[in-house]
Design a protein around this ligand. Structure first.
Ligand code: MG
Length: 403
């Protein structure tokens, strides 16, 4: 199996604590708890010297002090951490323009297509580690490289601290198999419990389960974990945090009141977002509706899309359903629809689990409408469902407001 995509995940080791030890040599080699010494505060980061005592992030400070009384408590210096964060993000950007920061000390870097320029994944990983150490004056970063985001992230954590692990695409499933289900992404405590109740303890157990049985028992969680267990994670590395969603919002000349007045705008925004996704070659894994009332208060509701979509009809349907979750007894001055959790359109989707024929039908219709619009202008084409909706709600069926 070739490296269709090469994704690197970099994560600094015990970031805040390591910065403190870097800046203050007297703290080196000592157990540190970064946080405020207050009865109700929690630990931000524990240095590696403190971790054998069973303390870690998010633990109440009181409990951490009890377990590791000799620890030195250091109040966090966020400004300094942000400064170091800049340094490491600048390093990542030297390897690829496609860097997606997840937090101050963690990022995905899309290395797809850089092999000729930068060398093998192994070489790049080493060079990233060296460059981070140099730029920061001595800090360690752990690095994982694999064929998708999920496995790259698991890999960077696998040999921490100062870790490095390359998992080639053909080894991803085997690598994941022995790991506990707690390593599945986005599952949570409740999800773990559900999996354990089905006697699924390792990621391999999930991979070997019958996908239909999994979805029957667990719904969309079943499809999600089955895909992850097979290292099927098509999410793209999206450079800009903002760019992780595509949205279309409209500020109205006259406030809209009630569902009927909102729907035409919703349809237009949904269609516009879906079209932009199709043009960009992306699908969205979720739809979001945003309404702003005349007092400038914003409200958003969102829903996960399975499978991910770029179909206008799907966006409109989901947006309509989301309307039921707003208090519509007020006047709205802004209406918007957005797609988030973007991924490449050619990413594989589990045909068995998801309605593939339906998706193909929608895709075909959308592409036909897109090409008609391009040829004859936007007003030439109106969706049947739009005309229907307008008639149902007694709205004029004439041409849509101009884009
Ligand atoms: Mg970290």
């Amino acid at each position: 199996m070739a490296w269709l995509r090469t994704i690197l995940h970099a994560d600094m080791d015990a970031f805040y604590a390591s910065v403190e030890q870097l800046d203050n040599p007297q703290l080196r080699g000592k157990p540190l708890l970064i946080g405020v010494d207050h009865p109700r505060s929690v630990v931000s980061t524990a240095s590696y010297e403190a971790r054998p005592f069973g303390v870690g992030s998010a633990m109440p400070m009181v409990e951490a002090k009890r377990r590791c009384p000799q620890a030195i408590i250091v109040p966090p210096r966020m400004q300094r951490y942000a400064e170091v964060s800049e340094q490491i993000m600048t390093v990542f950007a030297q390897f690829s323009p496609r860097v997606e920061p997840l937090s101050l000390d963690e990022a995905f870097v899309d290395l797809t297509g850089t092999e000729r320029l930068l060398g093998s994944p192994d070489t790049v990983a080493r060079n990233v580690k060296r460059a981070v150490k140099q730029a920061t004056g001595g800090l360690n970063v752990s690095v994982g490289v694999s064929g998708c985001k999920y496995v790259a992230k698991v890999a960077s954590d696998y040999r921490k601290p100062d870790g490095m692990l390359i998992v080639p695409p053909e080894e991803m499933v085997v690598f994941l198999a022995p790991l506990p289900i707690s390593r599945l992404w986005g599952v949570g405590k409740r999800g773990e419990e559900q999996l354990r109740n089905l006697d699924l303890r390792t990621i391999g157990d999930v991979a070997n389960a019958d996908p239909r049985w999994l979805t029957q028992r667990l719904g969309s969680l079943g499809a999600h974990v089955y895909a992850l267990a097979h290292a099927d994670d098509p999410r793209a590395v999206v450079p800009d945090r903002e760019a992780q969603s595509i949205s279309s919002e409209e500020t109205l000349d006259v406030d809209a009141v009630g569902r009927d007045e909102i729907l035409p705008y919703l349809l237009r925004s949904a269609d516009r977002v879906a079209r932009r996704l199709r043009r960009a070659g992306l699908r969205a894994g979720g739809v979001r509706v945003k309404l702003k009332n005349h007092k400038f208060q914003s409200f958003t509701r969102q829903v996960v899309l399975r499978p991910p979509s770029q179909a206008s009809a799907v966006f409109y349907d989901e947006a309509c359903k989301l309307l039921a979750h707003f208090d519509l007894n007020q006047r709205f001055r802004l209406i918007g629809v957005g797609g988030y959790d973007l991924q490449p359109e050619d990413a594989p989707v589990q045909g068995l689990l998801f309605g593939e024929p339906e998706r193909k039908k929608n895709d075909k219709l959308d592409r036909a409408l897109d090409s008609l619009r391009e040829r004859f202008g936007k007003a030439a084409v109106q969706r049947g469902s739009d005309v229907g909706a307008r008639e149902r709600f007694g709205l004029p069926t004439g041409k849509m407001p101009e884009e």
